[in-house]
Design a protein around this ligand. Structure first.
Ligand code: CUV
Ligand code: SF4
Length: 619
């Protein structure tokens, strides 16, 4: 058996899955192998019905599709479509939060009061909305409307791009890639990649960048900032992680997906005395709500809710036999879950009208009767406790404490009110630079291995790591989110972390919260009077798999930050496109992608890049 994970809980549950006759993502990957070589290179096209077409990579077959599109066009078009899908996912999530804020302001839902008024006022000011002497609901309504308007705006550019330094905005303007409206960029990308529209790979990739920027400086910021308004801005909080957080004697509920609109209210519903009473009547000691993937990140950041694991553990959580209900909304939810659940007593409950799963129970969740629906869902889980079969239960003991909740506001607070202490540490070289480590797991690579090898190498070299998504959960499970992990850091970083009482890896939230990282990067650049591209920063997605990650990587590079991908993107079928992304882009946006599957070698790339940027800044 090829090594599948370095996470002991995962390995234990994989053995149990095998005993129980359960197929997991790793088995299905094996069944797909060898995977399609054309697909891997990005040179197949199904964009019209004269196809499907594929380009022969060895030059002895066709070099053009039926319409005449060559490898460059096909690879670029496929890439832009992936970016559009990823940007759409993040941004539609952002729209959902904005709609909830609007409903809250209109008094249509009592379940979502504004929890952070100061943030509401700050955002209103950013949008030029009057706050003086006005009621919270009025400000919230104006802000929600202004934000919703940005999805199809006609005013020319998104508001939040103004957070980026002037030099960066000038780069975007010059290239014509300043994002106009969020929906508009996604639609234009779909239009341009339709058969017979934009066939120039450079022009296509510039549109891909503009679309990605509408995610990073648009949809994702909206999701983050308005979630903070509605659910509270995260502050440092402690909790535990990995499958060991499931409790043998309690009703276990796992929240999986992305939108805090659902997960946050379920956390509250599960504290209802009546439901707790009912759980006890069925012999359970309590109701244990845990998170998974990014929705897990949302609630661990705000409530310290335990996180049961990252992407590749979603099936394995069910394999413990101890999960009464897995409640899902959108994104990164494997269609295989109902099948796995079928072998245990677990109920899969889908809640979003946008995401239905054959074999799951669907309980439509809408913000207008949120608490009522949440209680109904929790009750189903409680009742299902009676169906649990003790002989099928095996919860691995593995769990690890974490400290999370590092919003921009929390970082500023830890630093005593301004970024200056951090900037001084970077100037002095105590902290050499900052690297954002984000993204998923991918069964083609040993689970969590690339994340952890990469991160450990960076902190050893005095590079502060900020993380989100499943990468941050990998760090949580390995103990890297604890202040004590500073022991593993180099002298400089260790000194800074110990002085501030913070871990060397700061958990900044879910995937949309990469916008928090961009906000910090922009603020640092502004404080130094330079472009983001001048800073000693890098980004990495060591185990990425989703289209959202493609959009993220593209907006991070387009914002001027060197980005390392640990899994190979399907672009190698076009030498020109691959060269543009890994070389030519430097002259265009001041940053490039690198692809490096070996995490130690990837860390070296980041360390060298940061050293070069420091030198150029005269540090
Ligand atoms: Ni949104 S996108 S697997 S949950 S990080 Fe996790 Fe994060 Fe990738 Fe999905
Ligand atoms: Fe083939 Fe061109 Fe149609 Fe794509 S758009 S399927 S390359 S004919």
């Amino acid at each position: 058996m090829v090594e599948k994970s370095i996470d002991q809980a995962t390995l234990k549950m994989l053995k149990k899955a095998q005993r129980d006759g359960i197929e997991t993502v790793w088995d299905r990957l094996a069944a797909q192998e060898p995977q399609c070589g054309f697909g891997q290179l990005g040179i197949c096209c199904r964009n019209c019905n004269m196809g499907p077409c594929r380009i022969d990579p060895f030059g002895d077959g066709p070099s053009q599709g039926v319409c005449g599109a060559g490898a460059d066009t096909i690879v670029a078009r496929n890439l832009v479509r992936a970016i559009a899908a990823g940007a759409a996912a993040h941004s539609d999530h952002g729209r959902g939060i904005a709609s909830t804020l609007l409903a809250s302001a209109g008094g249509d839902t009592a379940d979502y009061p504004v929890r952070d008024e100061a943030k509401l006022q700050a955002l209103a000011a950013e949008y030029g909305i009057a706050v003086e002497g006005r009621a919270t609901a009025e400000i919230a309504r104006d802000l929600a409307n202004a934000v919703l308007e940005e999805f199809g705006t006609r005013k020319g550019a998104l508001q939040f791009i103004n957070r980026a330094p002037e030099q960066r905005r000038a780069v975007w303007d010059k290239l014509g890639i300043t994002p106009r409206g969020i929906d508009r960029e996604v639609v234009e990308s779909m239009h341009r990649t339709h058969m017979g529209v934009d066939n120039d790979p450079v022009s296509l990739i510039l549109q891909g960048m503009r679309t990605a920027l509408s995610d990073g400086w648009g949809g994702s910021i909206v999701a983050t900032e308005l979630s903070d308004v509605l659910f509270g801005t995260p502050r440092p909080v402690k909790g535990s992680s990995n499958l060991g957080v499931l409790k043998e004697d309690q009703v276990n509920i796992i929240l999986h997906g992305h939108e805090p609109t659902l997960s946050d209210i379920i956390v509250h519903a599960a504290r209802d005395p009546e439901l707790l009473q009912e759980a006890r009547a069925r012999g359970a000691a309590g109701i244990n709500v845990c998170g998974m993937c990014c929705t897990g990140n949302e609630i661990l950041m705000r409530h310290g809710v335990p996180v049961a694991g990252n992407f590749l553990q979603q099936e394995l959580a069910i394999v413990t036999g101890a999960v009464e209900a897995m409640i899902v909304d959108i994104q990164c939810v494997m269609p295989a879950l109902p099948q796995v659940a079928g072998c245990y007593h677990t109920k899969i409950i889908s809640t979003s009208p946008k995401a239905k799963f054959p074999g799951a129970e669907h309980i439509a969740f809408d913000e207008h009767n949120a608490m009522e629906t949440a209680k109904k869902i929790v009750r189903i889980a409680v009742e299902n406790y009676s169906n649990r079969r003790a002989e099928k239960v095996n919860i691995p003991a593995d769990q690890m404490e974490y400290m999370a909740g590092f919003s921009v506001e929390a970082i500023l607070e830890a630093l005593g009110g301004s970024l200056n202490p951090l900037i001084d540490a970077v100037k002095s070289g105590a902290v050499k630079g900052i690297v954002g480590v984000v993204g998923c797991n991918n069964p083609k690579y040993i689970q969590d291995n690339s994340h952890l090898v990469f991160v450990r190498e960076l902190i050893k070299n005095d590079i502060l790591v900020v993380g989100t998504g499943c990468a941050a959960i990998a760090c949580a499970k390995a103990g890297l989110l604890l202040p004590a992990a500073a022991e593993q850091a180099g002298d400089g970083l260790r000194g800074v972390c110990t002085g501030l009482g913070i871990p060397p890896v700061l958990h900044m939230g879910s995937c949309v919260d990469i916008s928090r990282i961009m906000t910090v990067a922009a603020a640092m650049a502004n404080a130094l009077g330079v472009d983001i591209a001048d800073l000693p920063l890098a980004g990495a997605a060591p185990e990425w798999m989703s289209e959202k990650a493609v959009s993220i990587g593209t907006y991070v590079v387009s914002s001027g930050i060197f980005t390392i991908l640990g899994t190979v993107p399907p672009v190698l079928g076009s030498q020109n496109v691959a060269e543009l992304l890994t070389g030519g882009a430097e002259k265009v946006v001041g940053a490039v992608f690198a692809v490096e599957e070996n995490p130690a070698a990837a860390a070296k790339l980041a360390i060298d890049h940061i050293a070069a940027k420091r030198k150029a800044l005269g540090l």
